[in-house]
Design a protein around this ligand. Sequence first.
Ligand SMILES: CC(C)(COP(=O)(O)OP(=O)(O)OC[C@H]1O[C@@H](n2cnc3c(N)ncnc32)[C@H](O)[C@@H]1OP(=O)(O)O)[C@@H](O)C(=O)NCCC(=O)NCCS
Length: 183
Amino acid sequence: MEYAFSTPRTLLRGLEREDCAIMADFYNNRELLEGFLFPHEPVFPATKAEVEGLVDYFKQGNWFALCVEHRETHKPIGFAAIKPYMVNRVSFISICLSPEFWGHGYGTEVMNTLLEISFDYFNMRKACLCVCSFNERAIRSYEKVGFEVEGRLREVVYRNGRYFDLVWMGLTKNDHRNTAASA
Ligand SMILES: CC(C)(COP(=O)(O)OP(=O)(O)OC[C@H]1O[C@@H](n2cnc3c(N)ncnc32)[C@H](O)[C@@H]1OP(=O)(O)O)[C@@H](O)C(=O)NCCC(=O)NCCS
């Protein structure tokens, strides 16, 4: 199989319904659910059928969803999605990897390719994302590719009995070029 997009250690392809098996694991991991879900989504395990519905959810919402495969094993290790807002030329990015791959640079690799797709193929001029304030690993990973904190919605995320901020991060194509050039 040919892969249009890849990173040094991963291969990216369109998300298939069969990939939902790994997503079902994600949706039953409490730490992952706490950090990953949008604030309006309850932290609660999803059924396999509900997780399979995510593929349709992405399609209906005009998200371009990708399965992240490990380059050596071809095992799915996560998923990512880009929603390009054509008029504003701003994309919204989401990424989720299997816990065993956290903290080893995979997220940074994949995010760089998501930015390449956003800027060089979808012709976006800016990429954005939201992250819960306690998700320090994710924030650090996004900062490494050049994202900056642009604002905070204070105490809109309720997790494990406490309120947290939702952090809005953004990166323009120009700033990304400069970050890449100086790396
Ligand atoms: C967010 C995510 C994609 C990042 O990918 P990753 O592969 O774990 O990130 P990286 O290894 O590329 O970078 C993580 C950085 O955070 C640092 N880090 C790790 N744990 C940390 C912690 N608890 N606190 C602060 N920094 C931490 C790492 O040291 C690394 O920085 P460094 O390279 O300067 O040392 C991944 O962790 C993930 O899928 N998490 C679960 C889903 C999720 O939360 N998605 C984000 C929703 S907005």
